[in-house]
Ligand binder design. Structure first.
Ligand code: PLP
Length: 409
């Protein structure tokens, strides 16, 4: 008899976004004339940049010729993409990362979810609360989290690091020692960022305690470089911190940087010298990647390369500026309307405190019923997200302005 992986049965409830989709569908069916504005799910809406489209067309044409046809891509990604990533995302920022430390993939979700496979099941993980659900759920599936307690909404063996207003939504170093630490900055869902000196504290802590930091920088492109000249800037990469190559893996995505949510492209950096328990991690991830992943499509990797070209870079900057202006409109508009809001400066997410201690789901229902606006209840990201609500800057400008006007009224 085949047996299932019973760890899957420990996963609580239905997925946050399926619940939201169901509620919105039911509301739409009951109110067919409602003009619903969706600022919930974190998906982009702007079309791909012209330079990306040009590169896609060119690569498609190449694939139709005998000389240009490509089959399986190299497991770790094409050299043309890995070297431009190393140059532009890392060396240009003073980070000593080389092309062969970059593993190209179909996106950061897969990498964040899969990375735990190279670690033993007896590792203790630490996560922010609230948190992007993939980190915890993938560890639940692997049997690393213990049992779920529906009263506390926590897994017994996970170290939760509260991200609260009091700590600026940046967690404190945990007193209980974790083996694997998931950090994500700029943060989903709170939109918070970490400064270089605070991140350095995490790197020092990880090195001192032989922990590995799994650093998700999927929203790095939203960092406002106005902070670059300041004494304590917001880092784009954890490798800007001293010693990070000894203790950190970093995830990057083209999804929010360049609108690739539908194209699919990302990468993971595993430094060659990174070791734990006397073993190097690079060969393990190379082996895992080679065994279970057959490479991102050639045409998509060419599109990714175009993001780093002069034309592509300028166009992508414009796209990000568009979303950042949406974020500013939401942030300023809601502040003016008397809401307590944070995030939205170096991130496409605005984290809003619900009025009058309303629960996140009550506020969701209120926004949908009264203003026909869809957001994401903070409690869906963890117990410390309760009484908070996430709005995204990924809508169109018109919808963003209309949404803020409706809420302000
Ligand atoms: N990491 C975080 C924090 C995210 O919010 C998301 C997407 O919403 C991802 C990773 C997934 O990125 P990708 O589209 O590259 O899989």
């Amino acid at each position: 008899m085949a047996r299932i992986n019973r760890n899957y049965l420990k996963l609580p409830g239905s997925y946050l976004f399926s619940t939201i989709a169901r509620k919105v569908r039911e509301y739409g069916e009951a109110h067919p004339d409602a003009d619903i504005i969706r600022l919930g799910i974190g998906d982009v809406t702007q079309p791909l940049a012209p330079a990306v489209i040009k590169a896609l067309h060119a690569a498609v044409d190449e694939m139709g010729t005998a000389e240009g046809f490509r089959g399986y891509a190299p497991d770790l990604g094409y050299e043309f993409l890995r070297s431009v990533i190393a140059e532009k995302d890392f060396k240009a920022r003073g980070c000593d990362i080389s092309a062969d430390e970059i593993f190209v993939s179909d996106g950061a979700k897969s990498d964040c979810g899969n990375i735990q496979e190279i670690f033993g099941t007896n590792n203790r993980i630490a996560v922010c609360d609230p948190v992007y659900p993939v980190y915890v759920d993938s560890n639940v599936m692997a049997g690393r989290t213990g049992e779920y307690d529906s009263n506390t909404e926590r897994f017994a063996d996970v170290i939760y690091m509260p991200c609260l207003e009091e700590n600026g939504f940046v967690p404190e170093l945990p007193k209980e020692l974790p083996d694997l630490i998931y950090l994500c900055f700029p943060n989903n869902p709170t939109g918070a960022v970490i400064t270089k000196s605070r991140l350095q504290e995490w790197v020092d802590y990880a090195r001192k305690n032989d922990a590995v930091i799994l650093y998700d920088a999927a929203y790095e492109a939203f960092i406002d470089d106005a902070s670059a000249g300041s004494e304590d800037p917001v880092p784009h990469s954890i490798y800007e911190c001293e010693g990070a190559k000894d203790c950190a893996i970093e995830f990057r995505s083209f999804s929010k940087t360049a609108g690739f949510t539908g194209l699919r492209l990302g990468y993971t950096v595993v430094p060659k010298e990174l070791m734990t328990g006397g073993e190097k991690l690079w060969p393990l991830w190379a082996r895992r990647h080679g065994t279970k992943f057959n490479g991102a499509p050639y045409i998509v990797q060419r599109a990714g390369e175009a993001v780093y070209g002069e034309e592509g870079r300028a166009q992508i900057r414009e796209q990000i500026a568009y979303y950042k202006e949406n974020a500013r409109i939401i942030l300023e508009g809601l502040k003016k309307a008397g809401y307590e809001v944070s995030g939205g400066i170096h991130a496409p997410y605005i984290w809003l405190k619900t009025p009058d201690e309303m629960t996140s789901w009550d506020f969701f229902d209120l926004l949908l019923d009264r203003y026909n606006i869809v957001g994401t209840p903070g409690s869906g990201f963890g117990p410390h997200g309760e009484h908070y609500f996430r709005l995204t800057a990924f809508g169109s400008r018109g919808n963003t302005i209309r949404a803020v006007e409706r809420i302000s009224k």
